[in-house]
Design a protein around this ligand. Structure first.
Ligand code: AMP
Ligand code: ZN
Length: 112
């Protein structure tokens, strides 16, 4: 069993504010929100980062991308949202289980 913190959240071993889940993925509230809405969307499958993506993840990644607008709308983000994926230490990644930051509402960190 993986000791990875996001794998443990996916298995229900660590509590999290889960806002969406299905067979492929999980979305839960970031513990240190940088916007009114800040959720992390992760595959249930442990993939450390975008550096580890290959062809076998194509449909999983597509399903995650296509689900993001629905999760955003369910969080009340009617006018749009920002997504960020940090990759590797040089990209500011701290948790090495691939995750999409989904942010919105009010002023947003980062670009523009
Ligand atoms: P990153 O820098 O892209 O790896 O982002 C990791 C994110 O995970 C940060 O925004 C943290 O606030 C968040 N985080 C870390 N541990 C937890 C946790 N147990 N539950 C929810 N969010 C977490
Ligand atoms: Zn993991």
């Amino acid at each position: 069993m993986s000791e990875c913190i996001f794998c443990r959240i996916a298995r229900g071993e660590i509590p999290a504010g889960i806002v969406y889940q299905d067979d492929d993925m999980l979305a839960f509230k970031d513990i240190n929100p940088r916007a009114r809405v800040h959720v992390l969307v992760i595959p249930r499958l442990h993939v450390a980062s975008l550096e580890d993506i290959d062809e076998s993840h194509d449909s999983l990644m597509a399903r995650i991308m296509r689900r993001l607008p629905q999760i955003a709308r369910e969080q009340g983000l009617e006018t749009g949202f920002r997504t960020i994926i940090n990759t590797g230490s040089g990209g500011g990644q701290e948790v090495f289980h691939l995750h999409v930051h989904l942010l919105g509402g009010g002023r947003l960190p980062g670009f523009g």
